[in-house]
Write a protein that binds this ligand. Structure first.
Ligand SMILES: *Cc1c(COP(=O)(O)O)cnc(C)c1O
Length: 376
């Protein structure tokens, strides 16, 4: 069976975890966490980076720091993982879903302004498949209406928009290091800040509402409970795993990119014959080969293709069921305007196996599986 995903392992993880034990420092913000912070800061140009226990908890922090509260509204795409929504629902916010663009599956920036009301506080964008949203337009809308922009960059570690690392373009950036993402720590994530303006608030929020970080920097002589917070910092054991991955950042990136291009080249004839659609990478966007997806004609064709691949021992999977039609989506939100593409395009999308060190003979088998389906 060719798996859809295999978590990345670079080789040094066990030694680093053993080192974390030997350090006798396995709680949060130990030496491995600090090294990960430094690495990610240098890689992305963020003013501050904080590892978190998940991408979801990074989003929760962003929701808290954006000051959104009961009855306020957040604008987001319906085609996303539920965590993008959960973080704001936890603050009592209402969800306002906006349609996506069919080319990138990202929020349609031209439909955002019509969704703004006097309750709107935040635009939460999702860089699907590590391909950037149209950020210049979105930041301009946010500036004109006094809104915060939260980037769900869970899939976009190592991606860029016009030369800027995703996660550093808006007011708050959220990475995920879940085992299904390009770089992993099992469960984990990071919050990125583009400037130091929110540094103290972020540290307080992440440390159960205390000013413990300022205490450790010697800025206060005892630490105390100063605001609402939670425990968002991961164990240094998880950070040890992540550091082993980050040290192989380019190698993992290039390996995934090779597979991505292999698929894209091999499936080009199907695209040119109008049988499938493939990913579009807009001008100015540099992606990270997080995913390779194709689009079948419709749901029925996709279902048949999944079965055809399964019969050949290949696990290819579809992705999100739109949030606005899910039970929680109906309870917590509404769709602004018309769902032209969200449901239709999500019904057609199929992700092919892509992970660090997938064997070339396996990608060849996947390609053969897709080609044979369309030559029937
Ligand atoms: C993976 C993912 C998340 C959640 O990340 P976790 O680390 O699993 O909490 C959120 N949003 C998107 C778009 C994701 O792909």
């Amino acid at each position: 069976m060719i798996d859809f995903n295999v978590p990345p392992i670079t080789g040094k993880e066990s030694a680093y975890i053993a080192q974390a034990f030997a350090n006798k420092k396995i709680c949060g913000d130990g030496p491995f966490t600090k090294k990960c912070h430094r690495f990610l800061q240098e890689k992305t140009g963020a003013a501050a980076v904080y590892l978190t226990t998940s991408g979801t908890s990074a989003l929760e922090m962003a929701a808290i720091l954006s000051g959104i509260g009961p009855g306020d509204e957040v604008i987001l795409p319906s085609y996303t993982f539920c965590s993008t929504a959960d973080a704001f629902v936890a603050r009592g916010a209402r969800l306002v879903f906006v349609d996506i663009r069919p080319d990138t599956m990202n929020i349609d920036e031209t439909k955002i302004e019509a969704a703004i009301t006097d309750r709107t506080k935040v635009i939460a964008v999702v860089h699907y498949a590590g391909v950037a949203c149209e950020m210049d337009t979105i930041l301009d809308i946010a500036r004109r209406h006094g809104l915060k922009v939260v980037e769900d960059a869970a899939q976009a570690v190592g991606s860029y928009y016009k030369g800027k690392a995703l996660g550093t373009v808006g007011d708050f950036g959220c990475f995920s290091f879940h085992e299904t993402k390009n770089y992993s720590m099992g469960e984990g994530g990071a919050l990125l800040l583009p400037t130091l303006e929110k540094r103290d608030e972020a540290e307080i929020c992440r440390e159960k509402g205390t000013d413990r970080s300022r205490f450790f920097r010697g800025q206060v002589d005892k630490y105390t409970w100063v605001d609402y917070g939670s425990s968002y910092l991961p164990s240094d054991i998880n950070a040890a795993y992540l550091l082993a991955q980050l040290e192989m950042f380019d190698e993992i990136f290039e390996d995934r990119m090779r597979t991505w291009h292999t698929y894209d080249e091999a499936l080009k004839p199907l695209r040119e014959a109008g049988l499938i659609e493939t990913q579009v990478i807009p001008e100015g966007c540099t992606h990270n080969a997080h995913m390779y997806y194709i689009k079948a004609r419709d749901l029925a064709e996709r279902t048949a293709l999944i079965q055809h691949l399964k019969d050949r021992g290949i696990l290819a999977v579809f992705h999100y069921i739109p949030l606005h039609s899910s039970p929680a989506g109906l309870k917590f939100g509404r769709f602004s305007g018309e769902d032209v593409y969200t449901t239709r395009e999500s019904d057609r999308l199929l992700r092919l196996p892509l992970y660090y060190r997938i064997a070339p003979e396996d990608t060849a088998r996947v390609i053969e599986g897709v080609l044979s389906f369309y030559s029937r």
